[in-house]
Design a protein around this ligand. Structure first.
Ligand SMILES: O=P(O)(O)O[C@@H]1[C@@H](OP(=O)(O)O)[C@H](OP(=O)(O)O)[C@H](O)[C@H](OP(=O)(O)O)[C@H]1OP(=O)(O)O
Ligand SMILES: Nc1ncnc2c1ncn2[C@@H]1O[C@H](COP(=O)(O)OP(=O)(O)O)[C@@H](O)[C@H]1O
Ligand SMILES: [Mg+2]
Ligand SMILES: [Mg+2]
Length: 348
C-alpha cells in the first residue's frame, strides 16, 4: 500500500480529501483572517533553495485562496519596518540573524515566529538533538522508542578506540559531525567497521552504534499537530560475516539526500510496515512540547527482526516539506489555525 494520503491528525482523525479535487477551490474551515488586514501576512526568510522547494506556485495559490499572503523579508532592512506580519517563517543560519529574530520576538509578541531561534538551535548539535527522545523513554503497548547507543568525541581522534571500548559500543559505528548546521560537511557520514580504523575519524563527532533496520527508514513530518509518514531507502544491513571480513572507514557524502522514496517499493512487510500510528502521535506530541518546535521531521528506524523496537536517529528543523504529500493543504491550514488563535487571544 502506498503512503499517499496517510495523514495522522492528533485531534479528530479525519482524512484529507483528494488533492486534485480540492486544489484551487478550497473552502476554508477557518473564519476569515484578522481585521487589521485583508490577508494574513506571512513574512518569510528562506534560502533560495528552500524557496524553490517549498514556496511553489501551488502553495502560494492555495494560500491566497485561503487569505494568506507570503511576503519576502528583506534582510537588509530592519524587520520592524517591514510587514506588519502575522507570522514569520524562517530557516536561515548565523548568530546575527538569530539575534534579529530574538529582538523582534521581544518587541513584537503578537507575531508568531516559526520557530523560536533558541529552540531551533537545540537541533544544531547531534547530541542535544536526540536528548529529548532519550529523556522521554517512550515505551507502551505499541512499542519502544529510543536512540542508538552513542558517545560524543570532542577532540583527539587517538582517544576514540578507548572511548568506544569503555562505553561498550558495538561495531560497526556510524560517525556523524557533532554540528548539524545544514552545511554539506555536517551531512557527511562515516561507517567504521573495525576498532583500529576509528582513529581515522575526525572529531568533533557523535559516534553511534549502527542499527540494522532492513535498509528502510521512516521520515515523520510534523506541521503543528499534523504528522505524516513516508518511507525512504536507507543504508543496508551489515551482517556478521561482512563485519569480520571488512575493515576501514567508509564515507558517505549525504546519505539521506540520495535516498529514494520507498513508498511504492515491493518490500518485506516486516520491514515496510509503518511504525504504529498511536506511537508516532505520542512521540510527535511530546517532542513538539519538549523541543518547543512546530515545524520539524524525524528519521526513525525499526530494528531489523523486531516488530516494535524503534530508534530515532535524526531530527531536522523545517525539513523538505515539498516532499511531503499534500503539504500545501496541511501547511496553509496550519498557518490559518495560528492566525485564528492570535485573533481569539486578541479579542478576549
Ligand atoms: O532540501 P531537502 O528538501 O532535501 O530538505 C532537507 C531535508 O531533507 P528531508 O526533508 O528530511 O528529506 C534534510 O533532512 P536530513 O537531514 O537529510 O535527514 C535536512 O532537513 C535539510 O536541512 P539542513 O541541511 O539539515 O539544514 C533539508 O534541506 P533544506 O531544504 O532545509 O536546505
Ligand atoms: N545509527 C544508525 N544506524 C543505522 N543507520 C543510520 C544510523 N544513523 C544514520 N543512519 C543512516 O544514515 C542516514 C543519515 O544519517 P542522519 O543522522 O539522518 O544524518 P543527516 O542529518 O545527514 O540526514 C540516515 O538517513 C540513515 O540512512
Ligand atoms: Mg537524516
Ligand atoms: Mg539531519
Amino acid at each position: 500500500m502506498g503512503l499517499q494520503g496517510q495523514i495522522i491528525p492528533y485531534k479528530n482523525g479525519e482524512k484529507e480529501e483528494d488533492d486534485d479535487e480540492r486544489a484551487g477551490k478550497e473552502i476554508s474551515p477557518f473564519p476569515p483572517p484578522p481585521l487589521h488586514s485583508k490577508f494574513a501576512v506571512v513574512g518569510y526568510a528562506l534560502t533560495s533553495k528552500k524557496i524553490k522547494s517549498f514556496l511553489k506556485p501551488k502553495l502560494e495559490g492555495l494560500a491566497r485562496n485561503k487569505g494568506i499572503l507570503f511576503v519576502a523579508i528583506d534582510q537588509n532592512r530592519p524587520l520592524s519596518d517591514q510587514g506588519p506580519f502575522d507570522i514569520v517563517l524562517h530557516k536561515l543560519t548565523g548568530k546575527e540573524w538569530r539575534q534579529i529574530l530574538e529582538d523582534y520576538r521581544r518587541t513584537h509578541p503578537e507575531v508568531t515566529v516559526l520557530d523560536p531561534p533558541d529552540a531551533i538551535q537545540h537541533l544544531h548539535n547531534r547530541q542535544s538533538m536526540l536528548q529529548c527522545v532519550a529523556d522521554m523513554n517512550l515505551s507502551n503497548s505499541y512499542g519502544k522508542v529510543g536512540i542508538p547507543k552513542q558517545i560524543v568525541i570532542k577532540k583527539d581522534a587517538s582517544s576514540i578506540p578507548g572511548a568506544v571500548a569503555k562505553a561498550g559500543l558495538m561495531l560497526p559505528i556510524v560517525a556523524k559531525p557533532l554540528v548539524a548546521d545544514g552545511s554539506a560537511k555536517s551531512h557527511e557520514l562515516s561507517l567504521a567497521y573495525d576498532q583500529q580504523s576509528l582513529q581515522k575519524l575526525e572529531p568533533p563527532l557523535v559516534l553511534q552504534e549502527f542499527v540494522n533496520h532492513g535498509g528502510v527508514m521512516f521520515k515523520v513530518y510534523i506541521v503543528g499537530e499534523t504528522i505524516k509518514v513516508v518511507r525512504r531507502f536507507s543504508l543496508p544491513d551489515v551482517c556478521k560475516r561482512e563485519l569480520s571480513n571488512i575493515a576501514g572507514v567508509f564515507r558517505f557524502p549525504r546519505v539521506s539526500c540520495a535516498a529514494a522514496s520507498a513508498d511504492n517499493a515491493d518490500l518485506d512487510p516486516g520491514v515496510a510496515e509503518l511504525p504504529p500510528r498511536p506511537l508516532l502521535e505520542k512521540l510527535a506530541r511530546e517532542l513538539c512540547r519538549r523541543l518547543g518546535l512546530r515545524l520539524f521531521n524525524l528519521d526513525i528506524i525499526r530494528e531489523h527482526g523486531t516488530r516494535d523496537r524503534f530508534y530515532v536517529i535524526d531530527i531536522n528543523y523545517f525539513p523538505g516539506y515539498g516532499k511531503m504529500p499534500e503539504y500545501e493543504h496541511i501547511f496553509t491550514d496550519f498557518l490559518l489555525s495560528l492566525v485564528q488563535n492570535q485573533y481569539k487571544k486578541k479579542s478576549t
